[in-house]
Design a protein around this ligand. Sequence first.
Ligand code: DX5
Ligand code: ZN
Length: 218
Amino acid sequence: MSVKISPSILGGSFSNIERIILDLNQSKAEYIHFDVMDGDFVPNLTFGPKFISNVRKFSNKVFDVHLMINRVEKFLDDYIRAGSDIITFHIEINEGIENIIKKIKAQGIKCGLAIKPKTSWSEIQPYLKHIDQVIIMTVEPGFGGQEFMNDQVDKIKNISNYIKLNNLKVSIEIDGGINFETGKTCVEAGANILVAGSFLFNQGNLITATNTLSDKFN
Ligand code: DX5
Ligand code: ZN
């Protein structure tokens, strides 16, 4: 089974975005991870749909958009029009989850649900048959460069077992604190997509760092 790498541009400087995307285009990463934050669902702000749509012009990679926002429904069409290939939103928001899933899928793009560390995996279980991917957070969402939370590994195993037992086609993406070692732990627990931010950007050469992480699991 192959493991996909989804580099998180949050690990780099946005002033350098064109260079970053052109480098990632040349790398073995299949996805590019976009962390959208609204300063409300999480205590940090990043960018909105205009940024994603501008970046879209530089790349044909899969745009893996992680919405850490409230009011998903209000802004959903903007993120779809911006060129997202996969939109993942959080199970913890106070909106109708099923309705948003339907709206995303009706546009012919993939839909994911993300789960914060303190939320029990059983919350997401009823939705697994309707979605394409789950993002299991292994840090508190909001910032890059945090330490991987080992106590989330059982959640990965539980969700992976449920997916296998029920023959579902749902990818398991892990987000937060990924490096060689924690990535290995996650893959062994059932993950097939790894988000990595600071680990890739802190190594000097983004292309080499991304390819080395990919080669480790493929
Ligand atoms: C955190 C974001 C992550 C972040 C990961 O809220 O969802 O995608 O960029 O960064 P690292 O890999 O540095 O933990
Ligand atoms: Zn993310």
